[in-house]
Design a protein around this ligand. Structure first.
Ligand SMILES: NC(=O)c1ccc[n+]([C@@H]2O[C@H](COP(=O)([O-])OP(=O)(O)OC[C@H]3O[C@@H](n4cnc5c(N)ncnc54)[C@H](OP(=O)(O)O)[C@@H]3O)[C@@H](O)[C@H]2O)c1
Length: 257
């Protein structure tokens, strides 16, 4: 039980990687507090996670809602040991036709809100707490039509390094988990059909050295490592969990020329 007696806060804990992480954290003895915007999936997630999970409807871009949730958790349950700033969105922003509104929405959700989630959590964190930000391989690799998302995730790496400097005096660790293509609902959120999703998975699998997309549970295990004392001397790193995609981009079937 690597998180016995610990309290963990996860944004976007009602879906995908956030949910898989909440589930693993509960199995490892933690009490978890998850947020999301969708009340229905939030309720469903809390039901599946059991008595040691609590759901709070809050948009990460809403400053008042963020502050209220942290206060409510602290008043009812006490201080936190882990913050996983996981909530994020994709979005196509090709050079030439992108609106400022969409660009700002992606940066606001994936980057600005992450900084302020961390900042708002600070009064309620125990000494030695662990903060994990959910980055992406796209923060390092260029991808067509993904400039805003890429900038937001590259920004998280820089954010984590500066936050780690700010928070080291409190022995608070700040690290980034950077997933590669992982099977979660995010891929279908722009209206792709199941057939299109299957085709995409096949194509991606040829590019990835380990020959397949990742599972949300595999990312969760890396987050558990960063959240627990197993990583007690790990500070300000970006941990890629991507089947080798970033380290060896020609390692997949399609790259063996
Ligand atoms: N799946 C991948 O291939 C992959 C790869 C690299 C990085 N990531 C990153 O992993 C993180 C989780 O994504 P996922 O793949 O698990 O996708 P997902 O299943 O779509 O989950 C996204 C989560 O973020 C929440 N969220 C989005 N906007 C929010 C907002 N404004 N306020 C509060 N919650 C919000 C969603 O909650 P609601 O539904 O309630 O809005 C949902 O719980 C993201 O940061 C994503 O960029 C994913």
């Amino acid at each position: 039980m690597r998180l016995q007696g610990k309290k963990a806060f996860i944004t976007g804990g009602n879906s995908g990687i956030g949910f898989a992480t909440a589930k693993l954290f509960v199995e490892e003895g933690a009490e978890v507090f998850i947020t999301g915007r969708n009340q229905e999936t939030l309720d469903e997630a809390v039901k599946l996670l059991g008595a040691n999970a609590h759901g709070f409807r809050a948009d990460v871009t809403d400053s008042a809602a963020r502050k209220q949730v942290f206060k409510q958790i602290a008043d009812q349950f006490g201080r936190l040991d882990v913050v996983f700033a996981n909530a994020g969105i994709g979005g196509n922003t090709p050079a030439g036709t992108t609106t400022e509104e969409l660009f700002e929405q992606i940066i606001s959700t994936n980057l600005t809100s992450v900084f302020f989630t961390v900042q708002d959590s600070l009064p309620y964190l125990n000494e030695g707490a662990s903060i994990i930000l959910n980055g992406s391989v796209i923060g390092t690799l260029g991808q067509p039509a993904y400039a805003a998302y890429a900038a937001s995730k590259a920004g998280l790496r820089a954010l984590a390094r500066s936050l780690a400097a700010d928070l080291s005096p409190r022995s608070i660790r700040v690290n980034v988990v950077a997933p590669g293509a992982t099977k979660t609902p995010i891929w279908g959120r722009n209206g792709r059909t199941q057939e299109q999703l299957n085709g995409l998975e096949q194509q991606l699998s040829k590019l990835i050295p380990l020959g397949r997309m990742g599972e949300a549970e595999e990312i969760a295990k890396a987050v558990l490592f960063l959240a627990s004392d197993d990583s007690s001397y790990v500070q300000a790193v970006e941990l890629f969990v991507d089947g080798g995609f970033t380290g060896t981009p020609f390692g997949g079937a399609a790259g063996r020329l």
